[in-house]
Design a protein around this ligand. Structure first.
Ligand code: ADP
Length: 194
């Protein structure tokens, strides 16, 4: 039995436009899957379906053999990293990282310990008091990566995470993503047009 299974997934935003058509896909734990396709072909839509931000119009999503079509995003152990970082601008780095744990009602001491642990892993410990606007693009993407990592996800979803970074940073961040993937034991889906 595969870890994540998509059976005949389709998605229509309106009745005439089929954005994803009968997509079947299986993913094992520790597997790193890259989906390559031109802009507009439905890559983000697919990630949003896996994360629960969108519902499929047809088909079944199975995690460990269990149907998760109706499972709320917060109840799926998924860490998602977006091209535009999607950080909360009014919150400090600490609070951005703490956010997914607060949603899960984890106690303050555990949150502090976990944020410090994850900040150490991605080299952000000296930036915890800063707001996103006080960070470089690379540092913002590191916060986004750390925020995905902090929930101990079963699945990482990467939506063009390197597009806003320059060539040097793209290279180092690519290594970082692989390192995090390899050390976490999670499955990853990475979408890109590049
Ligand atoms: P990609 O990530 O491959 O660039 P998307 O999944 O973002 O592609 O979009 C696929 C298609 O679905 C595009 O034609 C886009 O315009 C359309 N689309 C995406 N989101 C919506 C939405 N919320 N409502 C209507 N159409 C959408």
């Amino acid at each position: 039995m595969s870890f994540l299974k998509l059976k005949n997934i389709s998605k229509k935003y309106d009745k005439d436009t089929l954005v994803v058509e009968n997509l079947c896909l299986e993913l094992e734990k520790k597997e790193f899957l890259v989906l390559l396709g031109p802009s507009g072909c439905g890559k983000s839509t697919l990630l949003r379906i896996v994360s629960g931000l969108e519902s499929p119009s047809g088909g079944v999503l199975l995690l460990n053999g269990k149907r998760i079509n109706d499972l709320a995003p917060k109840d799926r152990k998924i860490g998602m990293v977006f091209q535009n970082y999607a950080l909360y601008p009014h919150l400090s780095v600490f609070d951005n990282l703490a956010f997914p744990l607060k949603v899960k009602k984890i106690n303050k001491v555990s949150i502090k310990n976990k944020v410090n642990e994850i900040a150490e892993i991605v080299g952000l410990n000296n930036y915890l008091d800063r707001k996103p606007k006080q960070l470089s693009g690379g540092q913002k993407q590191r916060v986004a990566l750390a925020r995905a990592l902090i929930v101990n996800p079963d699945i990482f979803l990467f939506d063009e995470p390197l597009s806003n970074l320059d060539a040097t940073l793209r290279h180092s961040m690519r290594q970082e993503i692989l390192r995090i993937h390899n050390s976490s034991g999670a499955a990853s889906i990475y979408v890109t047009h590049d």
